[in-house]
Design a protein around this ligand. Structure first.
Ligand code: C2E
Ligand code: CA
Ligand code: CA
Length: 691
């Protein structure tokens, strides 16, 4: 090597960024380049100038780098002794401000000379890039399925989880588009909307049905993110997907419990109402009619009670299946509970009559299907349903609960009409029911507020002299409106409110008798009160009556109870014993509306009555009609043979009065003598008569 050449190579070496040193066969440094020199002056390799023994320096090193230095010394020795051709290692060389990495390469000198060339190179940048890649790769291989596409959606890379979820290995995926996973469960509009969101937000997240390689369709949670370059152009899309089959199945199970009837697997009431709400809400899209058909099995309870619940359950399941077979796709069969089913028909004709006919046809089909014999385990069985239908216009807002109630009412009508048939809901009937409900509420309130008054209608003897009165109730509403008992007593009886009203009546009547007893003009009057069946059949009825009489200290002989034949026919033995007990106590009984019932002489004989009251309908017919006279004279003859007093009610004319007198009836009540009056007016009139 000549001098020029040596200085040229020194210049070249000095220009290199690698730190280079030449060691002789014993490890002494014989030459270094600039980069080595600078680095050596800077820090750790201090004391590594020409003439120093590099092996020694490495072996003596302590602190953080000691281990790597020892490794370096061993490597250099190995190359020096020829046991290795070359040695390479990487090592950290951190300063307080920076993390740096270097690599050291030891190569033997050329041409068989003893000695080595040691080259240190900083590899910090490469090292960091590699670790970034390692992190990215680890992250990419997560439990989520990952896929990277280019900006046109071509798949560039997928991870192992992707393959596990979809069944497609990378080689069958790369170069294709994610459309390969489409299940067919979403329409093009779905994907269009998804891509619109991605282009607006750079991301999308949601649940999607995809198809695995084996054809299985599964639900996945998918999130897609767009990756943009420094110029803001989209370069890639990254998709992360998780298979949610299991959590979906769990959700579905919960949903099943909430929305389906476990026995028949049909939608339950909640689901039906939900569906109905949707149909009504979507109504502006259609102009069609829909229908609800309420189905209730006749005599289901009997079957359940005689053959047991298991057999009953079998019937319900078979009925559910038959109903489902009757309907079109898109219509709904639901089980509300018990033996009640509902069919929801959608999108029928836009003509109400046609829609009704369609419903009728379906009803007939259901009737026929459900009438076919059943085999429940070993039990052959026959069952019939009653159906109630209501139509609704999909364009008009209506309330689901209300529609259901309408169908229910119609079904009830079908039951009333003899079962195993179908009825349509009709608005007039609904109005009547509504009025009934409102009236009952008002009556309940009236009982609370005691909005009642007793009117008194005089009863006279053959001389026209007042011998008593009948107490007739009036409901005086808060606006002063007076309601006839004919309009509310039946409702009071039906609702049970008659018991409270009866108590009030008894007390008021006794209080009135007390007042009458204290005045000469009225002291002799007998007061008749009307008693309803429910009152008389109260177990403590007799005690109640006796108690009130004692409370007011009145003469029991002045109280007369008016009963109708209908009341007496029920529980006849019990009624007789109650009447006997009260008769012994001193009370009197009158048989009201006599002649309108079925009383036989035979049973009238057994009743401890004191009076028969000829019904006003006979009195009305008396003058005009010969037959009327015949009836009235028979009643009077009957009364006489039973040694009962007889009174005619509804006497309005002198003619009626005189005919009745001729036929042998000598007591009268009616407008001819006086209309029912409030207590004060009644009292005034009697005192006038007396004067
Ligand atoms: P009722 O017991 O047969 O009472 C007779 C009805 O005939 C009364 O009607 C009375 O106002 C009416 N009346 C009396 N004289 C004449 C007449 O000359 N011509 C005509 N056209 N009608 C006459 P009201 O007060 O409307 O009572 C109707 C029904 O309500 C009663 O029939 C009775 O069944 C029931 N009722 C009335 N008050 C009570 C009560 O306090 N308790 C019970 N349980 N029922 C009562
Ligand atoms: Ca009466
Ligand atoms: Ca009557």
């Amino acid at each position: 090597m000549n001098g020029d050449c040596a200085s040229f190579s020194c210049t070249v070496l000095d220009a290199l960024p690698e730190q280079i040193a030449v060691l002789d066969g014993d490890g002494f440094i014989v030459a270094v380049n600039d980069a080595w020199r600078q680095c050596g002056m800077e820090h750790v390799r201090a004391g590594t100038g020409v003439g120093a023994n590099y092996l020694e320096v490495c072996r003596r090193a302590d602190g953080a780098g000691a281990e790597h230095a020892a490794q370096a010394a061993a490597g250099i020795t190995a190359v020096l002794t020829g046991s290795r051709k070359q040695f390479q290692m990487e090592y950290p060389c951190h300063t307080s401000s920076r993390k740096r990495w270097f690599s050291m390469t030891v190569s033997p000198l050329a041409h068989g000379r003893r000695g080595v060339v040691v080259v240190h190179v900083e590899i910090t940048e490469r090292h960091e890039a590699e670790s970034r890649l390692r992190i990215a790769a680890t992250a990419f291989e997560s439990s989520e399925g990952m896929m990277v596409t280019d900006s046109r959606g071509m798949i560039l890379k997928v991870n192992q989880a992707f393959t596990r979820i979809t069944g497609y290995p990378p080689e069958e995926t790369i170069g294709r588009t994610p459309a390969m996973l489409r299940s067919g469960r979403h329409d093009p509009a779905f994907y269009k909307a998804m891509w619109q969101i991605i282009s607006r937000d750079d991301s999308w997240e949601g649940e999607i049905w995809n198809r695995r390689k084996n054809g299985e369709i599964y639900p996945e949670h998918l999130s897609i993110a767009a990756v943009r370059d420094e110029q803001g152009e989209i370069t890639h899309y990254v998709g992360a997907l998780t298979d949610i089959t299991l959590s979906k199945a769990a959700n579905d199970e919960i949903r099943n419990l909430a929305f389906y009837d476990p026995l028949t697997r049909l939608p339950n009431r909640r689901m039906l109402l939900e569906r109905l709400r949707q149909v009504l809400a979507a109504s502006n899209l259609h102009d069609n009619y829909g229908a609800l058909v309420f189905i209730d099995l006749d005599n289901f309870k009997t079957l359940n009670d005689t053959l047991g619940h298991n057999v009953g359950d079998l019937l319900l399941q078979q009925v559910g299946a038959r109903l489902q077979a009757c309907i079109r796709q898109g219509d709904t069969v639901a089980r509300l509970g018990g033996d009640e089913f509902v069919v929801l028909l959608e999108r029928m004709s836009n003509d109400p009559l046609e829609a009704a006919a369609q419903t009728e046809t379906l009803g007939a089909k259901i009737l026929e299907e459900l009438n076919r014999p059943y085999l429940l385990g070993v039990h052959p069985c026959h069952s019939t349903p009653s159906l109630g239908a209501t139509l609704f216009h999909q364009g008009k807002p209506s309330h689901p609960d209300e529609l259901l109630m309408q169908a229910d009412i119609a079904m009830y009508q079908a039951k009333q009409a003899g079962r195993n048939g179908m009825r349509f809901f009709d608005q007039q009937m609904q109005d009547a029911i509504n009025a009934h409900v409102r009236m009952e509420e008002a009556l309940r309130k009236a009982v609370e507020l005691r909005q009642f008054e007793l009117y008194y209608q005089v009863q006279v003897d053959q001389h026209g002299y007042p011998s008593g009165a009948e107490a007739l109730i009036r409901w005086i509403q808060s606006d002063g409106n007076c309601i006839s008992p004919a309009n509310f007593i039946p409702l009071a009886e039906e609702s049970g409110l008659i018991l409270q009203i009866g108590d009030w009546l008894l007390e008021t009547a006794c209080a009135q008798l007390r007042r009458w007893q204290s005045r000469p003009a009225t002291a002799h009057l007998v007061l008749a009160i009307n008693i309803s069946a429910a009152q008389l059949h109260q177990s403590d009825f007799c005690e109640r009556v006796q108690q009130q009489i004692r409370n007011f200290g009145i003469d029991p002989g002045k109280l007369k109870l008016e009963l109708t034949e209908g009341i007496l026919l029920k529980n006849i033995e019990e009624t007789i014993s109650k009447m006997q007990l009260l008769k012994q106590f001193g009370l009197k009984f009158s048989l009201d509306d006599f002649g309108t019932g079925y009383s036989s002489l035979q049973y009238l004989k057994r009743l401890p009555l004191s009076q028969l009251k000829i019904d006003q309908s006979f009195v009305r017919d008396l003058v005009s009609n010969n037959n009327g006279q015949a009836i009235v004279s028979t009643i009077i003859a009957m009364a006489h043979s039973l040694q009962l007093d007889v009174i005619a009610e509804g006497v309005e004319t002198h003619e009626q009065r005189s005919l009745l007198g001729k036929l042998g009836c000598h007591r009268y009540q009616g407008y001819l003598y006086g209309k029912p009056l409030p207590a004060s007016q009644f009292q005034q009139i009697l005192e006038l008569c007396d004067a």
